[in-house]
Design a protein. Structure first.
Length: 308
């Protein structure tokens, strides 16, 4: 059976810790190397990853491509609209065909069910590159960035501001698996998925929901936000208006712990969910976080191939 990475819980806490350790080691081993130069051991030599994009992407597309090159393999990038998938070939048949041609598949889709269906019919690993429900690869990079900044995950206090979206769902899942606290402040009706919250609480994470941004941020070591309206959300002006009290500005960062860092998966809507003064400040770790998509995903790739 192929190992899929549709959500963090597919791997579990121990495997996530192993992946993060591997990512730190591999990142340290190639400091200063040209970005396309393969790692000395090329652990995925000869392997090919096919990527299916139903939605826009900059970081996910480039970081997976570079990750495969550094691991000694290669990647094929496809827009769903120009595939036969885009004119009615079924997800199941696409899974069967791609499984004969490539060694792993990554999919970015609006419908998490499609990623699950792809995994069900594929005989090679399937990786979630963002769905409407979750974004586990992003959160692997976030966890790596926090560890690099000197934070231990167990007991970490993380605050999330704004929309209860796919990235937050995966952060909440991570809180359960790695035993940390997520305090969420957002407007009524925009909470994270109840299933993720319930499972995280059951497995030892702490998840608190509030309407008060200062309450969420007070003493937090990481302050995290994302766009107010995600790709594919109907959103509109009403949603943006509801989010306004949750903008991360310098005053709000001032309520966080002295050593607090600011994270954002990007792309950012400067002047909406975050001010320039915060995202461009020394407390902002967003560029490390973006680069870490490469390093974290190399370890995810090694994990789906049974190397970790
Ligand atoms: N953070 C993230 O997934 O970025 P892209 O949409 O550019 O891939
Ligand atoms: N929540 C955002 C993340 C983008 C990387 C979205 O789904 O659009």
């Amino acid at each position: 059976m192929a190992r899929h990475f549709l959500d963090l819980s597919d791997a579990g806490g121990d495997a996530i810790a192993a992946m993060l350790g591997d990512a730190l080691d591999r990142k340290a081993a190639r400091v200063g190397a040209p970005k396309g130069l393969p790692d000395h051991d090329t652990p995925l030599h000869g392997r090919v990853l096919a990527m299916i994009f139903e939605k826009n992407s900059t970081r996910t597309r480039v970081s997976f491509d570079i990750a495969m090159r550094q691991l000694g393999g290669s990647a094929i990038i496809m827009e769903a609209g120009t595939m036969q998938l885009g004119r009615g070939e079924t997800v199941a048949d696409t899974a069967r065909v791609l499984s004969r041609m490539v060694d792993a598949i990554m999919i970015r889709t609006d419908d998490h069910g499609k990623a699950e269906e792809l995994a069900h019919h594929a005989t090679v690993p399937v990786i979630n590159g963002l769905t409407d429900r979750s974004h586990p690869c992003q959160v692997m990079a976030d966890l790596l960035t926090l560890i690099e900044r000197g934070f231990a995950l167990p007991g970490l206090q993380l605050a999330w501001l704004g929309d209860g979206n796919n990235v937050l769902n995966s952060l909440v899942e991570a809180a359960g698996l790695m035993k940390f606290t997520v305090r969420v402040a957002g407007p009524d009706g925009y909470e994270p998925d109840e299933g993720f919250v319930g499972r995280a609480r059951q497995s030892g994470g702490e998840v608190r929901l509030t309407r008060n941004p200062r309450e969420a941020v007070m003493g937090a070591q990481a302050v995290v936000t994302d766009c107010w309206v995600s790709m594919g959300q109907a959103g509109g002006e009403a949603q943006v208006a509801a989010m306004r009290p949750y903008q991360v500005d310098e005053a709000l960062m001032g309520a966080a712990a002295r050593e607090a860092v600011f994270l954002h998966c990007l792309p950012a809507h400067r002047g909406e969910e975050v001010t320039d003064a915060v995202i461009d400040s020394p407390r902002s770790a967003v560029w490390d976080e973006a680069e870490n998509r490469i390093h974290a995903q190399k370890s995810v790739l090694r994990w789906v191939f049974g190397q970790l």
